[in-house]
Design a protein around this ligand. Structure first.
Ligand code: 3HC
Ligand code: NAI
Length: 706
């Protein structure tokens, strides 16, 4: 006997004395308003059916539920709300049991908290990850979780948003019964029967006693306040979470629910919620490419890496960690030994920190082989070159790869700036050539720009995305140009920062203002970290082709000429006494900047932090728009993801293009036009930006409905 609610998203059927209620909305059973309606209808059915003694909630497919449908946020609220559903479940006069498999996240866990008993199989994972979306658990979770688990555990779950294994959840009482096998349905039903047999009745979570030790709970709230003030870095919702949990301590349940609702709606209305949810969907959208929809990736079982320097070693670690064998080729024995030791250093640091054991390192390193002969690569399916950033060196490497690689092997370059089309044209198999631009440190940074040259075969693009998946990276498709998406835009906003510096602000003020916006680091700290010599080499390379009328700030060259490359040389824009990583302002650098201002006949002026940020962001957004306009990035969201994962852009702002939409494109363009009067060459507005403003449109309109 099976009934469906009117939209077919929740089904229910009677199994003996139990009404089995199934949430069915593939792929993750996200609870849109139809599901919420269906759940209430199912509980009503259970109430009214005399043959039903208990209810079991379960998810169809692999998961219980990934929570409320995130797409609903930011739109008019649809009834019934999740708290309505949870309250209805809790008020059911017959015992309700949640049987959890896969994930129960956010609203998924809150539904379970509203049920009277919770069962989970071992592989299930629970969590309250709303903080990652700029909101708080708004289905009663901030009131029920502390009552069930105590404020300390509840806060830890809500503030970290981490997923908890069922076994761990069992230890602190979030789960009542842990399953033995893989079948939540049959084991769950057995559990319900057992409860009925024992005449175990309803047990509303609101009556749980987790908050009975008021002193401990108050202390937990205070401790959370102290630690989050440091950790939240401009975030809004962690404070609201603490406020809501505090209400669970100080207010009766019903009033606490009203407080939670008020705070939830404040979070929903905040731009941070919009930014974080944009980030959530964007990092999933970047995987969807028109050109790979119909093609399967090429198979690869091994990866060759050419060059064992900073990047080659980092990429090797990423590949080894993914369980794939690596064959590294270096130019001579000494370089190969250094390459191997570069890799080992990464694992040795992990051993020192107690993150892996020496045996684990041994096992991983067993997948590594090295050679000084290209001939060794004959059997390899995919090769990534990470040799010096020099077109002639790379061209020679491509020739040698062409001589030895089997047909169909993928040839990837990790170049930062060079023309991948030109490299592909070097060999008679351009269809196999692609750019894979990893970011340093390559085993840590999540971003992978997949640079798609004109002749590459779609299945090679699909292979690059498949590799990204296996390495746990976030791939973004980029077209060929100097610097692709990220480094091309970087050159422009760094140029803006240098101009601000020459015009009067200190690098320390600029870094500080940029951090204040939410970046992990300012541009001069970043330069000191990655090494000023890299930018210096690029500037020298471009000097012959640089527009002689373009403004060129020479301050960075003055530092590099002194060998002040940043952290690795002990000083750059900052001083790093005795290898310290914490930079100190350097009066000598300020004196050099003063000299350069005099040489360039610039009378320094003051900048407010806001002015600095406006210029910095305007430069980033304008170049980002040009990158979209030229098709280098598929959509504005691809630029956003590059900045979120490669450049420490504050996630709560969603990325530079989302931020531009938030402040309004007209305001951004007005700024650019004002700056254009000072330097028309640098600040030429993007035509796309001009067109969007003329149409009254925003970047989101180019994101395919996201
Ligand atoms: N709402 C809407 N869509 C969702 C969703 C949700 N809660 N969770 C996942 N999806 C979508 C994804 O966008 C994706 O769509 P696509 O195929 O069109 O790109 C699809 O489901 C599959 O998701 P993933 O690719 O992420 O699949 P995985 O298997 O890797 O991961 C997951 C599944 C662990 C559930 C992961 O998607 C996830 O972490 N989801 C978000 C969980 C979350 O934050 N829940 C809280 C929601 S807010 C809430 O409940 C508010 C309440 O307190 C009031
Ligand atoms: P690196 O100088 O640390 O390493 C280069 C390695 O290539 C050296 O070990 C060298 O011995 C080896 N090599 C040179 N010619 C070779 C040849 N013909 N055959 C085999 N090995 C050879 O350089 P790094 O920083 O690792 O950069 C490598 C590439 O990665 C460059 O194209 C660079 O632009 C790119 N890249 C660098 C990033 C960075 O932050 N350093 C970030 C992203 C990309």
């Amino acid at each position: 006997m099976e009934h469906e609610d009117q939209f077919g998203t929740v089904t229910w059927e009677r199994r003996d004395r139990v009404l089995l209620v199934k949430i069915d909305n593939a792929p993750v059973n996200a609870m849109n308003f139809r599901i919420r309606q269906g759940l209430i209808a199912a509980i009503e059915t259970a109430e009214n059916d005399k043959q039903v003694d208990a209810v079991m909630l379960i998810g169809a497919g692999h998961n219980f539920s990934g929570g409320v449908d995130i797409r609903e946020f930011g739109k008019p609220l649809l009834e019934p709300s999740l708290p309505d559903v949870c309250n209805r479940i809790e008020a059911c006069t017959k015992p309700v049991v949640a049987a959890i498999q896969g994930v129960a996240l956010g609203g998924g866990t809150e539904i379970a908290l509203a049920a009277h008993y919770r069962f989970a199989i071992n592989t299930a994972k629970l969590g309250l990850p709303e903080v990652g979306l700029g909101i708080l658990p708004g289905g009663g979770g901030t009131q029920r979780a502390p009552r069930l688990l105590g404020a300390k555990v509840a806060l830890e779950l809500m503030l970290t948003g981490r997923r908890v294994d069922a076994a761990e959840a069992h230890t602190f009482g979030l789960i009542d019964r842990l399953g033995k096998g893989e079948d939540a349905l049959s084991e769950g039903l057995t559990y319900v029967e057992e409860l009925l047999h024992l005449r175990a009745g309803r047990r509303p979570t609101r009556d749980a006693t987790g908050l009975s030790d008021k002193t401990a709970s108050a202390a937990a709230i205070q401790a959370a306040h102290a630690s989050i003030a440091e950790k939240a870095r401009g975030l809004f919702s962690p404070f609201k979470i603490i406020e809501a949990v505090n209400a669970s301590l100080e207010q009766p349940f019903e009033e606490g629910l009203r407080t939670e609702r008020r705070l939830f709606l404040e979070c929903i209305a905040s731009p941070q919620r919009a930014g974080l949810i944009h980030a959530f969907f964007s990092e999933r959208e970047v995987w969807k490419l028109p050109e790979t929809r119909q093609v399967a990736p090429r198979e690869f079982r091994s990866v060759g890496i050419i060059g064992g320097g900073l990047m080659g070693a980092g990429i090797a670690v990423a590949v080894l960690d993914a369980g794939l064998p690596v064959l590294m080729v270096e130019r001579d024995e000494a370089s190969l030994t250094r390459g191997r030791s570069n890799i080992e250093k990464v694992y040795d640091r992990l051993i020192q920190r107690g993150r892996i054991s020496a045996e684990q390192k041994e096992r991983v390193m067993a997948r590594w082989t090295g050679s000084t002969s290209y001939a060794a690569l004959g059997d390899v399916d995919l090769v990534i070159e990470a040799v010096f950033e020099d077109l002639s060196v790379k061209k020679e490497v491509f020739q040698r790869l062409n001589d030895v690689l089997k047909n169909g092997a993928v040839i990837a370059t990790n170049t930062s700036y060079l023309d991948v089309d030109a490299l592909a044209a070097e060999i008679p198999r351009p269809q196999d050539v692609i750019g894979l631009h990893f970011f340093s440190p390559a085993n840590v940074m999540k971003l992978l720009e997949v640079v798609v040259p004109s002749k590459v075969s779609p299945d090679v693009v699909a292979t690059a995305f498949d590799l990204a998946k296996r390495l746990g990276k976030i791939p973004v498709r980029a077209g060929v140009c100097d610097g692709f998406i990220g480094n091309r835009i970087l050159a422009v906003f760094r140029g803006a920062a240098e101009a601000i510096m020459e015009d009067g602000a200190s690098p320390y003020q600029i870094d500080n203002a940029v951090r204040g916006f939410g970046f992990a680091m300012g541009p001069f700290q970043t330069s000191d970290l990655s090494g000023g010599d890299i930018g210096w080499a690029t500037r020298k390379r471009r000097s012959a082709t640089r527009n002689p009328n373009a403004r060129y700030v020479e301050i960075p060259d003055r530092l590099c000429e002194r060998g002040w490359f940043g952290q690795k040389s002990g000083r750059g824009y900052y001083l790093y006494p005795e290898g310290s990583r914490q930079g100190m302002p350097d009066p000598e650098v300020e004196a050099i900047i003063d000299d350069e201002r005099r040489r360039a006949q610039i009378t320094p002026r003051t900048f407010t932090d806001d002015e600095i940020v406006h210029r910095y962001m305007a430069a980033m957004i304008n170049e980002g728009a040009k990158v979209v306009e030229e098709g280098i990035a598929l959509r504005p969201l691809d630029v956003d993801v590059v900045f979120l994962y490669g450049y420490g852009f504050p996630r709560f702002r969603g990325g530079p293009m989302k931020y531009a939409d938030t402040v309004g494109l007209k305001a951004v363009l007005d700024n650019i036009r004002a700056f254009e009067r000072e330097d028309p060459l640098f600040w030429r507005p993007s035509q796309l930006l001009v067109d969007l403003v003329a149409r009254g449109d925003n970047f989101a309109s180019l994101n395919g409905g996201l």
